[in-house]
Design a protein around this ligand. Sequence first.
Ligand SMILES: NC(=O)c1ccc[n+]([C@@H]2O[C@H](COP(=O)([O-])OP(=O)(O)OC[C@H]3O[C@@H](n4cnc5c(N)ncnc54)[C@H](OP(=O)(O)O)[C@@H]3O)[C@@H](O)[C@H]2O)c1
Length: 266
Amino acid sequence: MSQAFEQKNIVVTGATGGIGFEIVKRLKSQGANVFLVSHDPIALASSLSELGLSHDKGIAVDFLQPESINQVITTANQVFDNHIDTLVNCAGMLSFAPFEQTDPDLLQAILQVNLMTPMRLMHGLLPQMKAAGQGHFVNVGSTFGSIGFGFFAAYSASKFGLRGLSEALRRELEGTGVKVTYVAPRAVKTPLNSDKVYTFAKKTKMNMDEPTWVAEQVVSAMQQNKKDVYLGFPEKLFARLNGFLPRLVDGGLRDQMKQARELFKG
Ligand SMILES: NC(=O)c1ccc[n+]([C@@H]2O[C@H](COP(=O)([O-])OP(=O)(O)OC[C@H]3O[C@@H](n4cnc5c(N)ncnc54)[C@H](OP(=O)(O)O)[C@@H]3O)[C@@H](O)[C@H]2O)c1
């Protein structure tokens, strides 16, 4: 029986992270040739070993370094003989803090990793995908990419940007064979979230999903060439509602903002 991703060459960023590694495992088990992009060389070595892959099937880079984009594209192209079917943009970082107390360098870094990196990687890979008449960009966004969420302002801004970029490119690329999928999880139990986020989530009874479940949804969206997918109820409803009834969502979030203010008091 043929597998969904049989012999597909797939590059995944954030590949050793909570959601990323679960995506990689599923893609590999369904026949894909995976290339792991990680931040941490030790995590990369151990993930490759767990998957039974040789060390050349991944690269450790820091997306805050401008040369990282070309390093990823060049190395992945070498491994895949200039044929990359899919790029999954899953690397991400966040800050949960009052906006004015967030270090400006951190504001910049969040935009760099969450928005500029996917943009530059897609920009770099698009010519070869268009020439091949096929390709797939899969962007992992967030509910906060549809609902501007206080105390996560830079993160929200980056994910709003990623959602806009995904939508614009999807429209621009219609008919080229290159697809774009945007997947927006709600909160997920991964190391992305600090202890403070977990405390906030507990206080406000925020729903938090398992990374295994989220990865299954991402892989299923890829398989079905979905345009966009919003995960979890009622968050997916609020994400849509915020687009046309934002004042209603203001009211719905007022108590959560109060709880966050309390957390950062003093
Ligand atoms: N967890 C959530 O609540 C949640 C909710 C909605 C959406 N998401 C999105 O899901 C995606 C995956 O996040 P996750 O929850 O799996 O978090 P995670 O476990 O922290 O994974 C994020 C990955 O991105 C990598 N990364 C961060 N900064 C980087 C940099 N400068 N250069 C290269 N790689 C870098 C991290 O590497 P290091 O750890 O080594 O720095 C990590 O492997 C992100 O895009 C995130 O925004 C997460």
